[in-house]
Design a protein around this ligand. Structure first.
Ligand SMILES: Cc1ncc(COP(=O)(O)O)c(C=O)c1O
Length: 359
């Protein structure tokens, strides 16, 4: 068996022990003679899976009892609509910080629903920074303050959650479980699964229970966090296998030492790569250090004509999916929890070799 290093932004690489356990349990899940894919989401076996998965996540993030944990279909994009539908009203929009493509999308969807207010944007400077907090426009009655804690495409990350008297709503799709987070500072945390949680198709929503409310009858029940909470996230058939994989990933994070340990490992990986980029006159990263992501590291070669060759040769060397997002170009190394330091070392040694041959 040969495994490569997958630098894809998502779906991203999964920890090997998770894949092995899923493989071992594929044909016969815990003596049931079936796979998880084949058991009812209303069975006692799935109830137990749901309970242990939620309990593990609660331990990892120290989620207090007054927060509900939901596992919902539709990925993070579904939450771009569910957040305003569940929290805002026409006279009480959500306020949005737009500092990258994903926050721009979240804002656009909420705006189409007539439920959004633009508090600040760094689009004018090419999404290379986070607008300074004293410039945010939060005048008037706002239901919440929405921000994306890590912008996956441009590689910009909030070091700390912003301070606000409004309920904070954060899309943590690309950095959840990569570092400790003080859940009590948030009204809502949500995240798609296919980076640090597991398999695409499911999103985590951690919501303070007092924010769960009845929605206008025109809003389908499936969109209602309150109804989903009452139904154990199983109003209809959920993506059961993705839910199961999330549970295996949570167990792996816990066995590896928890989110504090993840943060140490992630910081070391990111700093190793940034240090290499910063000392180089051949490669570069355009994000100012204070905004740099520990999860997604875009980089370019000064001679941009070399990008296609770099990407093709890297792929051939077992360093997969380094092509940058089409809106940014160049390369991007996505180095979520499951990427070991050996992957960074292999990438840097390839980059050195490429420079000596092409430079
Ligand atoms: C920060 C962020 N938010 C939202 C999304 C959209 O997630 P999904 O494809 O699960 O809807 C992504 C996907 O890459 C993302 O990186």
């Amino acid at each position: 068996m040969s495994r490569i290093f997958n630098f894809c932004a998502g779906p991203a690489m999964l920890p090997l022990p998770v894949l092995k356990k899923a493989r071992d349990e594929l044909l016969d899940y815990r003596g049931l003679g079936m796979s998880v894919m084949e058991i009812s989401h209303r069975s006692s076996a799935f109830d137990e899976l749901a309970d242990t998965t939620e309990a593990c996540l609660r331990r990892l993030l120290s989620i207090p009892d007054d927060y509900a944990v939901l596992f919902l279909a539709g990925g993070a994009t579904a939450q771009f609509a569910q957040v305003p539908l569940n929290l805002a009203g026409p006279d009480r929009p959500g306020a949005y910080i737009v500092d990258g493509s994903w926050s721009k999308k979240a804002f656009a969807i909420a705006k189409r629903l007539g439920l959004a207010h633009l508090a600040a944007s760094s689009e004018g400077s090419g999404f290379k920074s986070i607008p300074a907090q004293h410039e945010w426009d939060l005048e008037g009655d706002k239901a919440y303050l929405h921000y994306v804690s890590n912008e996956t495409i441009s590689g910009v990350q909030f070091r700390q959650p912003p301070e606000s008297s409004l309920p904070l709503v954060s899309d943590m799709s690309s950095d959840i479980l990569s570092r400790p987070v003080d859940v009590e500072k948030f009204g809502v945390i949500y995240a798609g699964a296919q980076k640090n949680v597991g398999q695409a198709g499911i999103a985590l929503v951690i919501v303070r229970k007092d924010l769960l409310q009845d929605l206008a009858p025109v809003v389908p029940d499936l969109q209602s966090w309150k109804i989903q909470y009452q139904q154990g996230s199983r109003l209809n058939t959920p993506p059961t296998y993705a839910w199961y994989i999330a549970g295996l990933v949570f167990e792996w994070v816990e066995a590896t030492g928890g989110v504090q340990r993840m943060a140490e490992l992630n910081q070391h990986k990111a700093e190793t790569l940034y240090q290499f980029l910063d000392q180089s006159s051949f490669y570069q990263n355009a994000i100012p250090p204070q905004f740099r992501s520990h999860m997604n590291i875009p980089f370019q070669i000064v001679d941009e004509s070399l990008h296609p060759r770099f990407i093709a040769e890297a792929e051939a060397a077992g360093l997969s999916s380094l092509k940058g997002h089409r809106s940014v170009g160049g390369m991007r190394a996505s180095i979520y929890n499951a990427m070991p330091i050996e992957g960074i070392e292999a990438l840097i040694s390839f980059m050195k070799e490429f420079e000596s041959e092409a430079g």
